[in-house]
Each structure stands twice: as C-alpha cells, then as structure tokens.
Design a binder for this molecule. Structure first.
Ligand code: WTA
Length: 630
C-alpha cells in the first residue's frame, strides 16, 4: 500500500512475494474496484464461461433482494470441471486426498468430471430434478465433492450438513429443506475411531419423513443397517448402466440457487442461507485467486470441513474454478502424532495452507520440535479464518510454520457473505491480529447504535454498505427473516453481527459476535440450539448457554440449567446432560461445563440476560441491569 508509514507492528511483503503476486498495488485495484464496481465484477465474470451473457450486472430495484448478472446463463459445475478438461488441465490433479488411516487417493480433473457426471446420472435416476434439495452428510472424503458437483450439474440444490452435527441437527435440516434424497457415508474416521454417520442418519430419519432415497458411501466398512427400498450403496449405483459418463448439464440462470447452508443466528432454529450459481461463482473465484495468489503449479490446502461455508467456497468451488490442485485430509490434526499436518505438507509439497486459529493454537501447544522435524520450504502463503487470531498464535504461525517468509492472509467473512470480505492480499503490509482492509471494491463501516460512523480505534458494529456478487440472496423459505436479521437495524446497510475496531490506518480488528452466536473452535453455534437440546431432556425445565473465553477453542460453552421439580442434582446428571447435547446437536456443541441453578437472570419480559451470566462467570461488573426482573 502506498502509505508506507503504518502504526504498530507491521510485516511488509518480501520481494519474492511481490514478484509472484497477481495484484501488486492494492490501492490502485481498490480505487478502480470501488469507483467502477460493476465494471470490475463484470470483468471477473468474463474470465468464466457463460452459455449466455447477462444483460445487467447488478439489479438493485428490489433492495435488499439484489440480483447479479441478470439474464446470464451458466453452471458453476461446468466452470469447475468441463472447462478444464478441454485444456491442458485435463490430467492435472484436481484433488489429492489422504485418509486418517493413511489411505490415499488422487483425482485428475478428468476423473473428477467423470465421477460427477456418473453421480449426476445416479441422482437423475432417483428422480432428482432441477430445484430439488439433496442433503449430504459425510466426512472429509472425495465423494462429498463429487456429490456437491453432481447436484450443481443437474441443477439440484445441495444442503450439506457438517459430519460433526448429530441426530436432531440433521433431522431438522433435512426436514426444513424438504430433501427427498440423503447422501451419507457409513462412517468417518476421527482420531482413530469411527464416527457412525449412517447410524446417526438412521436415527434422524426416524424423526423426519421426507427422505425416500438414501445413498450410502462405503468409507470405513463399519456394519450399517440398510433399509430395504430406501438405502442403496453408492458403489453399486455407480456401476449400473444408468450411471453413464455422459450427463447432460442444466444451464442455470445466474440467480438460480446453487446451495443452501444452515447456520446459527440470533434466535431460534438455524436458518438456511441461500447462494446462487452466478454471483457466488464470480465472488469465490476472484477472491481465492487474488487472496491466495493461485498459480498454475500450486498445491493448495484448505483444512476446513466441506460441511461449512469455508469448505464450500474454498475447498470445493473456489479451488476448482481457479483450476488449482487441492489437498484434502480426512482426520484430526494430531493423529496419530502432532506432526501429522507438517508431515503431509512435506510429503505433498503444499504451497498454501489455510486453516483456523484454533488449529494453530492446538498444534502450538505441542511445541516447535514437531514442526521442525519437517521440511516446510514448499509453503508460500498461510491463511486464517473463523475467529480472531490472537497475535501470539499469529506470530508462532508466521515464525515456526512459515519461517518468516509466508504472509498470513487473515480472512474475515461469513456463511452469508460467501466470499472473503476483510482480507489482505499478499502485497498488503500485515499487522498480527488484523485482517487488514475490505476486499477491493467492498465498502464497509464501523458504526454506533444509531448508525453513525465511529472514530478511529473506537469499537462499533461492523456493517457492509454496498452489495457484492457472492452475497446471501435470502433465507430459504423465509425472506422476512432475511430482511429482519440483516437489513433492518440500519435500513439499506448489511449488519454482520460482529463488533470491530478500525485503527488510524484503516485496518480492521474484529472483536467478536455481538449476538447469540458462539464461535467454538471456529464453528458457529447458536445459544438457542444448545438450550433447546438441554430442555429436550426430561430433567430440564430451563436452560441458558453462553460462550466464555478458552485458550485453544477461542470460546467454550457454559450452560446453566434449572431442573424440573423432582429431578435430583448429581454429577451423573450433569454428565448425562452434556452427553445429551452431544447426541442431539453434535460433539462440537457439548458444553464444557454445566451448572445447575435455581433461577436465571431475566428481563421483566422473560428474556434471559446472558450478558449478566457471562459477567458473573468472568467476575466482571454486569453493567446496566435496570431491566433485570429481580
Ligand atoms: C467470525 C466463517 C475474526 C466472525 C467463514 C463472523 C472471524 C463469523 C474471522 C462467521 C476472522 C470469521 N477474524 N473473526 N478472520 N472469520 N470470523 O458463518 O464472527 O461460520 O461473523 O463463517 O466468524 O462465521 P461463519
């Protein structure tokens, strides 16, 4: 950036990094993209394939229901696969996969295209049509990518449910999306054990009645129940004549839905965020290419899970759109030893590593010697996502993993934004703990309660002031909630739900969520989901969940429960309640600690004041409690 004098601790990009970088002058690009926003995105869209070009880049006639590339016809799967097999990328590796148990698999663009076509035909043979929803519930295996691309190809809307979610979460998502088809794996390896995904799915299917066909991918060989007439093996279907290699592709309208992805919000049940074929494609492609400076020879590793937005945008779609080689690892970072990740980086010659602060902090605990055993000289860029990265973890990542030569791209974004929103590019000077500035052309602000911009270094609400192509289009089946949740606090402005501070250099420092969302190890959970799981237990009358700071996880869940009359407070009961949450929502939601209490702080209108609980737990002053009932 041109303003060479920046405050605080600053890391400037090296000559080597600048030489390689697609973008060498951030200010210049930002000025262009801000002042010519539609032209900028149109140029990016033109780098991809369209069956028919749009007649309008941005239609804002029905705010906040923005439309991008109106009238354009494309298909994201075509741009991920078909495009490449017509070029020298045909035999390039699209995917390198390693199982936790050491098994491995690679797939070229040609092979991935073939499998996605075959599975597209399987879906068609099961009656899946354009616009139908298909739920996918699997571990990190290549078939999850194949399944997502096959859906996109035939125009079905995929709804991926993270494999770390459990019975009730899965049931609720299948039911809400009204999926007739479920694709599941028999299980997933995690820390040497098998997570029984099919068994969890069976239990979920008993609670919801929409699924007619369940396709089961064999991964672990665990014994599973196959219900006659409903359950079919993936391998057997892929060997039938119906699963031919020629699969006609749906030409999708730019605004046709590509997927829905459930995420936790302020109140109530998780909501499904809807993304489209056109704008989402342009946004993920451009942002990945510029932020991680994708080069033809790169091997790129995003260590997230495909079941979250990071995996959707930056394991599946972004990397394939840019034609890169992506690495995917199935299991836990420290299995069987804490050098697992570093060994794989060395083995496969990974150039870009993109992960979450919680993983860095977790691996940091084992000490440097585990890292230093391996040659990590292939690494060029590092990335971070999901929660604020504390400067200590940033510096360890930079020094020990990146050997002080790899810039860290700390990317702030959300399920709703679809793409990176606050992020450095490799040419941008870095400050540990800050995601630097908005992506070129994205206009953000930090505002107070009334919507007025706050001064430098003051805390405020993070808002986005202009539309962008990969933005959420609506909440599935609930457009009112879309308007209410994101566009009503400040009309015409998108509310992120985060609080932030912007320093004198215009660098953003994320503080955290200001709503009832808790980020645990980077995973997004809602207090409402945890509380409703707790009250579904026969001994619980009322519950409140909060997030408290945790050294590795960022936040840990603490829950407070009031028992029903007659239930007896014992240690076994609290353990049973923790297990119950794990069984209903998923192991990631299991409270760190449950306290049985006689009452909960509430407002006079009966709303639980989590703020007061939090202050009490932290030994802090609860602040204004004038609305407290007692
Ligand atoms: C948080 C994940 C600080 C933030 C891509 C946001 C971050 C929420 C960062 C969205 C970051 C994400 N620094 N905080 N680099 N990235 N967050 O929808 O609170 O799972 O609102 O999307 O994660 O979580 P989601």
């Amino acid at each position: 950036m041109s303003n060479a004098k920046l405050s605080g601790e600053v890391y400037y990009p090296s000559k080597e990094i600048l030489e390689k970088a697609h973008i060498k002058d951030w200010d210049e690009l930002n000025e262009y993209a801000t002042n010519n926003n539609e032209a900028f995105w149109e140029e990016k869209a033109n780098e991809l394939h369209w069956f028919e070009k749009w007649n309008k880049v941005l239609d804002d006639s029905d705010k906040p229901f923005y439309k991008w590339f109106v009238g354009g016809k494309t298909n994201i799967a075509y741009n991920c696969l078909d495009i490449h097999i017509k070029t020298s990328r045909r035999n390039k590796l699209a995917l390198i996969w390693e199982g936790e148990n050491g098994e491995g698999k690679t797939m070229s663009y040609f092979a991935l295209h073939r499998e996605a076509c075959k599975f597209g035909n399987v879906l068609k043979s099961l009656g899946v049509k354009k616009g139908d929803r298909v739920t996918i519930y699997m571990g990190r295996i290549p078939e999850i990518v194949i399944a997502m691309l096959a859906c996109a190809r035939v125009g079905a809307i995929h709804s991926v449910v993270y494999g770390g979610f459990s019975v009730e979460s899965l049931a609720e998502r299948i039911e809400d999306s009204n999926s007739r088809v479920l694709i599941v794996s028999d299980g997933a390896y995690q820390r040497g054990k098998i997570v029984p995904l099919k068994q969890i799915a069976d239990e979920a299917l008993q609670r919801c009645g929409t699924v007619e066909h369940c396709v089961v991918v064999k991964r672990t060989g665990a014994e599973v129940n196959m219900e006659f007439g409903r359950d079919m093996w993936y391998n057997e279907l892929m060997n039938l004549p119906q699963a031919s290699r020629e699969c006609s592709l749906e030409q999708m309208d730019a605004e046709d839905p590509l997927f829905i992805l459930y995420t936790s919000g302020t109140t109530g049940k998780p909501k499904a965020i809807l993304h489209t074929h056109g704008g989402y494609m342009v946004g993920t492609y451009t942002s990945l290419k510029y932020v991680f400076d994708i080069q033809e020879e790169d091997r790129y590793w995003c260590a997230a899970d495909p079941g979250w937005i990071t995996g959707h945008s930056y394991i599946v779609y972004g990397p394939l759109l840019t034609g890169t080689t992506s690495f995917m690892y199935e299991g836990a970072p420290n299995f069987p030893y804490p050098n697992r990740w570093w060994a794989m980086i060395e083995k496969y010659g990974i150039n870009i590593l993109y992960t979450a602060p919680t993983a860095i902090r977790g691996l940091m605990r084992f000490g440097e010697s585990w890292v230093n055993r391996h040659d990590l000289s292939s690494l060029r860029l590092l990335g971070s996502v999901g929660e604020p990265i504390n400067p200590e973890a940033w510096k360890w990542y930079h020094r020990v993993v990146g050997k002080e030569k790899c810039p860290i791209m700390d990317t702030w974004w959300q399920t709703e934004t679809g793409m990176f929103m606050i992020t450095p590019l490799p040419c941008v000077p870095l400050k540990p703990g800050s995601g630097t500035k908005p992506f070129p052309g994205i206009v953000m602000d930090v505002v107070d309660e009334k919507g007025k911009s706050v001064k430098a270094n003051e805390e405020g609400y993070l808002v986005i002031k202009t539309p962008w192509p990969a933005m959420i289009r609506t909440v599935w089946k609930d457009p009112e909630r879309y308007v209410q949740q994101y566009w009503s606090k400040y009309p015409g402005v998108y509310l992120t739900g985060d609080s932030v501070r912007r320093d004198e250099d215009g660098y953003y420092w994320i503080i955290g969520r200001v709503d009832d969302v808790i980020k645990v190890s980077g995973y997004r959970l809602g207090t409402a989901e945890i509380e409703s799981a707790l009250v579904s237990h026969s001994a619980v009358a009322e519950a409140a969940a909060i997030g408290l700071p945790h050294e590795v996880k960022g936040n840990a869940i603490y829950a407070y429960v009031i028992l029903k009359a007659g239930a007896v407070k014992t240690n076994t009961l609290t353990e049973e309640l923790r297990q119950h949450v794990s069984h209903e929502v998923g192991p990631i939601a299991k409270p760190e600690h449950i306290e049985i209490v006689d009452s909960l702080p509430k407002t006079r209108s009966g709303k639980i004041m989590r703020r007061v609980l939090k202050a009490r737990a932290l030994g802090q002053d609860p602040g204004n409690i004038s609305t407290l009932e007692e």
